[in-house]
Design a protein around this ligand. Structure first.
Ligand code: NAP
Length: 246
């Protein structure tokens, strides 16, 4: 039986890397995107050209109806979902005193409520299958905080609490739920940082560099596919060059 994965925000950055890594692991991959249809098509074509199977699925993860439709599209195509990677995420960075309610709500709706909606919809499928692996992409901002990211840090800390609670609820049904908390990874999201900020950040990274999409994707592939993953649930894995050590 070929396993099936749904990766939210699979069109670019870390999500794209996760789609490619899972496909290389022999998994059929549903590549979710919100607006980057060309980028999602490119991910699907790359997977096909390497002999894998993939499908681009449009849908805003913060919208319940769109999440339901997205999951139905995957089920219509492959009939099952074995792996869910909640990766879609945005930033709307501002210091607290300048942060508007819209900045707060947009980030919470997408980065936290989106994880709830996708996990609720997919866990129903996994419960019937009596198996599944759910991996939530959090952030070290949710562990240690970050000035200018009160909304984002709150959402990511929420994702960590959500991961631990749902891991406890679903463990007896053969479903594991873990979180991956990246530090600074080279993607469009970090491309907007000024040279000064990059310099300051690098001083806080013991390994002295930003991480790559492939490094995060390899960790997610391990959690999604490894036999050892059968006995790992409710954990948060920092992948951050040593920024957080606890
Ligand atoms: P990115 O390059 O900006 O890509 C974001 C992805 O999310 C895109 O595929 C985008 O698709 C998708 N997306 C945005 N809004 C969406 C929505 N409403 N519904 C569905 N998909 C949506 O970001 P990234 O750096 O790869 O980050 C991926 C995840 O890792 C995020 O959760 C982020 O918080 C987390 N993270 C990143 C870093 C880092 O340093 N880069 C560090 C820690 C954690 P469209 O283009 O179609 O909108």
């Amino acid at each position: 039986m070929t396993k099936v994965a749904l990766v939210t925000g699979g069109s670019r950055g870390i999500g794209r890397g996760i789609c490619l890594a899972l496909a290389q692991g022999g998994v059929n991959v549903a590549v979710n995107y919100a607006s980057s249809s060309q980028a999602a098509a490119e991910v699907v074509n790359t997977i096909s050209s390497q002999g894998g199977e993939a499908l681009a699925v449009q849908g805003d993860v913060s919208q319940p109806d769109q999440v339901e439709t997205m999951v139905k599209t995957v089920l219509d195509k492959w009939g099952r979902v074995d792996i869910l990677v909640n990766n879609a995420g945005i930033t709307r960075d501002r210091l607290l005193l300048r942060m508007k309610l819209e900045d707060w709500q947009e980030v919470i709706n997408l980065n936290l409520t989106g994880v709830f909606l996708c996990t609720s919809a997919v866990s129903k499928v996994m419960l019937k299958q009596k198996a599944g692996r759910i991996i939530n992409i959090a952030s070290i901002a949710g562990v240690m905080g970050n000035a200018g990211q009160a909304n984002y840090s709150a959402a990511k800390a929420g994702v960590i609490g959500f991961t631990r609670s749902v891991a406890r609820e679903l463990a007896s049904r053969g479903i594991t739920v873990n979180a991956v908390a990246p530090g600074f990874i080279t993607t469009d999201m970090t491309a907007v940082l000024s040279e000064d900020v990059v310099k300051q950040v690098l001083q806080q990274i013991p390994l002295g560099r930003f991480g790559t999409v492939e490094e995060v994707a390899d960790l997610v592939r391990f959690l999604a596919l490894s036999e050892a993953g059968n006995y790992i649930t409710g954990q948060v894995f920092n992948i951050d060059g040593g920024m957080v050590m606890a």
